[in-house]
Design a protein around this ligand. Structure first.
Ligand code: ADP
Ligand code: MG
Length: 697
């Protein structure tokens, strides 16, 4: 058997392969593009394509695809074989630089939010050399951006790359002011922790709700849930262990640094975390990870659920976006330094994040807004829909001391002068204990915890990078023209703390009192649902920031606003259809059939023993009879509300109708059905129960 270091990245056209296969000049030119974000020299494309093809064919590939991330939230691929007819009747394997650099999938059915109607029907894909090509199955996958012919982004990668460039631009200005001349570029890195459920495939197939919507729309609670906390970090069952082993192997072959795995809080819930990497690559890897998690599960007779709330009453699944900013020279700009100067620089970057998160709370909320994630945020298992930052007591005390020009108790007696005094040492591990904060500083990075398990991390990082770039831009504008750098720096940090301290909160984010304080006293946004959040994408301040930092154009923002709302509406409408279908064609016939059995039992008893007591049967029959009518009536109501919602043209208006009327009609139907489940014989219930699903692996 091959050892891990040998198989790691064996399906990736990575640096090792490129170095070995490309002529030195070509390799250097490509490396330059990858490391420093400079544009690609077109002459290298042919050489790279030739090497890529040779390597891919040697590793069993017959096809290639431009692999991209349209606004569906998942990845897309269209395979083309390498074959080209040869004069002798055979074929040769061909792949040109042009095919590597640009593709033209007939992509007219991807969501474009009106962009394609106004511009061009076709879309094109463009190679992203900063993310390595890899082999999946028999196909060479080339990570690409996906754009309309006018250049408008139709995907999640393009704006992510733009946001990284925006942050790089502004961070470089700041670093120059601090005298860093050796740094060539600044990149953000991300390590996303991914939660998921594993359930038995045979049981899954019997549940239309899981098949069509990814979550259970019915289901009475199992006798046991997560109350014993016996699953969290518990011993991993052999079947799950076998799954995790194969998953890791597949991920490692693709160069994905899968590192940590453990059981999560809910029964059947697990987590996987990779080692962090450059944001763009992390986003590609997370998409691939989600895909492979699902694929490998099938091989083990399992299904991997990535929905944010597959089961009512137990925890849903999220994703933690661990994020930091680092230079190409290896300095983490969110890590407190050793010298007074490094510390001032650290504090400035820290303040840039604080300012960004406060100024653009709404954009961070928007980035994670989906129908699925609405079930989690604020439901006592995930951070609330209110964004706030946890810094920990010591760092907070330091910032307070700076703001008030007061001595910090942990330090010398004098007040802190940035750039003059070293920062008092504070313990890093004291900072990671608050799990209820949406945005926590964890020593040398921030952990944004509002993402849903199925979210693309691109959305979050686009907003985060752009917002921090904007803070840095404002700082750089001011500092570049300051007469006295140190005084200006000190004043700016103080001003940031003063202006934005409302976003800092070290307490319990799950507490209702906090939501009240946050919204009523501090004026923080509480955008509870997706229809509440998404319209703010088009707020003037948000549009201006995203457009001026060249992350989105106005047309792109309008299209994304439309698509995100549309996705929400469609997701819930499909759920409503599925519920009505299951109620009419499975639950009602089953309950009614069971009522028939009860009635027959009564008749049978009485035939033998005319005076027999039939209390249990008749009472159950009466209750179920009544419930059947209630269910039928609520199904009809749900269908009527669905039809009404469908008829609304305006997406925003439709979103609100769905949230207000449709979700409650769904809840009402579920309530009746779940009650019926508790009274119907197990063998007569038409699909597996919560107990079966959650404890079935
Ligand atoms: P936790 O206490 O949240 O379980 P860890 O400290 O083990 O977390 O890290 C969780 C994730 O954070 C991992 O994916 C890790 O690679 C990532 N991470 C660590 N350092 C950084 C960094 N500087 N930038 C981005 N992500 C990081
Ligand atoms: Mg974490």
């Amino acid at each position: 058997m091959k050892q891990l270091p040998e198989t790691f990245g064996s399906l990736v056209f990575d640096d090792r392969v490129m170095k070995a296969m490309l002529p030195a000049k070509i390799y250097q030119s490509l490396r330059h593009t990858i490391d420093e974000n400079v544009s690609l020299d077109p002459s290298v494309a042919n050489a790279v394509a030739a090497a890529m093809k040779e390597w891919a064919v040697k590793n069993g590939a017959t096809h290639f695809t431009h692999w991209f991330q349209p606004l569906t939230g998942i990845t897309a691929e269209k395979h083309d074989s390498f074959i080209s007819p040869a004069p002798d009747g055979g074929v040769i394997m061909e792949f040109s630089g042009k095919e590597l650099i640009q593709g033209e999938p007939d992509a007219s059915s991807f969501p474009s939010g009106g962009l394609r109607a106004t511009f061009e029907a076709r879309g094109y894909t463009a190679w992203d050399p900063t993310s390595y090509a890899f082999i999946k199955g028999k196909t060479l996958c080339i990570p690409t951006a996906f754009c309309a012919y006018g250049g408008e982004a139709l995907d999640k990668k393009t704006p992510l790359l733009r946001s990284m460039q925006a942050l790089n631009r502004q961070a470089m200005r700041i670093l120059k002011l601090f005298g860093n001349t050796d740094v060539k570029c600044v990149k953000t890195s991300v390590g996303p922790e991914q939660e998921y459920f594993l359930i038995d495939r045979e049981l899954y197939k019997q549940r239309k709700d899981l098949v069509f919507t990814g979550r259970t729309l019915f289901g009475a609670p199992a006798p046991k849930g997560q109350e014993l906390d016996d699953h969290y970090f518990g011993v991993i069952k052999p079947r799950v262990q076998a799954y995790m082993e194969e998953l890791n192997e597949e991920l490692w072959k693709l160069g994905i640094l899968a590192k940590t795995e453990h059981n999560e809080v809910a029964p059947s819930q697990h987590e996987l975390a990779p080692i962090y990497t450059s944001t763009n690559v992390a986003a590609d890897h997370n998409q691939l990870t989600m895909e492979i998690m699902q694929k490998v599960a099938l091989k083990h007779g399992l299904v991997c659920l990535l929905h944010e709330k597959p089961f009512a009453g137990v925890n849903g699944s999220g994703k933690h976006n661990n994020w930091s900013i680092a230079t190409d020279t290896g300095v983490n700009l969110l890590s407190p330094g050793e010298t007074p100067y490094e510390n001032a620089q650290f504090l400035l970057f820290l303040c840039a994040v604080i300012k960004a998160v406060d100024d653009y709370q709404d954009l961070l909320r928007i980035a994670v807004a989906t129908a699925g994630n609405d079930h989690r945020l604020g439901a006592n298992e995930a951070p609330p829909a209110v964004v706030s930052i946890f810094l920990g007591d010591e760092l907070t005390a330091i910032l307070e001391a700076i703001e008030k020009d007061e001595p910090y108790s942990g330090a010398e007696k004098e007040t802190l002068r940035l750039g003059v005094h070293a920062l008092p040492k504070f313990k890093k591990d004291a900072t990671d204990r608050n799990r209820t904060s949406p945005f926590a500083f964890t020593g040398n990075k921030f952990e944004f915890r509002m993402l849903g398990s199925a979210n693309s991390i691109s959305c979050t990082n686009i907003m985060l990078n752009a917002a921090v770039a904007e803070s840095l831009r404002i700082y750089a504008d001011r500092l570049e023209t300051a007469d006295d750098f140190e005084t200006a720096l000190h004043e700016m940090i103080r001003k940031t703390i003063k202006d934005h301290k409302r976003i800092l909160f070290n307490g319990n984010g799950y507490d209702d009192a906090w939501i009240k304080e946050a919204t009523e006293e501090r004026g923080l946004c509480n955008l509870r649902t997706t229809p509440d959040a998404i319209p703010h994408l088009l707020d003037k301040k948000n549009m201006e920031m995203l457009i001026s930092n060249k992350v989105f154009t106005e047309a792109e923002l309008r299209s994304r606003h439309e698509i995100t709302l549309e996705n929400y509406n469609k997701a819930v409408l499909i759920e409503a259809n599925t519920m009505a279908d299951m109620a009419r064609r499975e639950i009602l016939p089953a309950v009614s059939g069971y009522c028939g059995k009860l009635a027959a039992a009564v008749a049978a008893k009485k035939a033998v023993l005319p005076g027999a007591a039939c209390g249990y049967e008749t009472e159950t029959l009466a209750s179920l009879g009544e419930l059947t009518d209630t269910i039928a009536q609520r199904t009809a109501e749900l269908e009527a509300v669905t039809a009404k919602c469908r008829a609304i043209d305006d997406v925003a208006e439709q979103g609100f109708a769905i949230r207000d009327a449709l979700l409650s009609a769904m809840d009402a139907l579920r309530e009746g059905c779940d009650k019926a489940e508790t009274m119907t014989a197990k063998e007569d219930w038409p699909f597996p129960t919560y107990g079966d699903l959650l404890f079935g692996v």
